[in-house]
Design a protein around this ligand. Sequence first.
Ligand SMILES: [Zn+2]
Length: 246
Amino acid sequence: MNDLDEAKKIVENSDKIVFFGGAGVSTASGIPDFRSATGLYNKKNNSDFSPEYMLSHEFFINHPDLFQKYVLENLIVDGVLPNKAHYSLTKLENANKLLGVITQNIDSLDKMAGTKNIAEIHGNLRDYYCVNCNTSYDLKYYKENIPCTCKKCGGVVRPDVTLYGEVPPQDQFLKAINWIKKADTMIVAGSSLVVYPASSLINYFQNGKLILINYDSTNYDFMADIVIHDDIGKTLEYITEDINEG
Ligand SMILES: [Zn+2]
């Protein structure tokens, strides 16, 4: 049996799957991977700052207006839709085979595809809040009010995403660890696993089958039971094609 069919068999025989996804899951939806060579890092911007620095806690504190503008122009992408990868995961959840989806992405595409159990370990771009009084705001308010300040106290409003130099949201992180510990199958896709906390999360998976799906090889390939270097959407669609949603 080849690796792809072996992965299919593992998924069909499991009802405690946890999925861990990185930027590669969303690239087919047109979301740029800002850490990749073709992504945001290489995009010319009219600024003396690197994109990594512009998405850091330090930059946000020192230049809130520039930060807000940068997020609006580079991270918030209108009209994107989930792809085969997201829909395959929703299918697994509907068939009661999936504990949850852990994502490093902030694009809400898993939620849009209909998946319910999601741990967004880098936050999301749906929710905004005042750093001073914690009042919640939505994307519409943020987009229409750059530079965006709080209606109640005048404080700076920011997206609920984890910036460089910040700690990931603990509730999401703990939910992710809980799923990984319970899972008998872990699928990791579209993540190079070099960025914290991805690298630490995978270590919580102790007992079961590890399936890695990624175009390029990763430092964790040696740990995996099955490694598939191919398109994520195509692979997940094939692996889940015989699953009955019930
Ligand atoms: Zn406020």
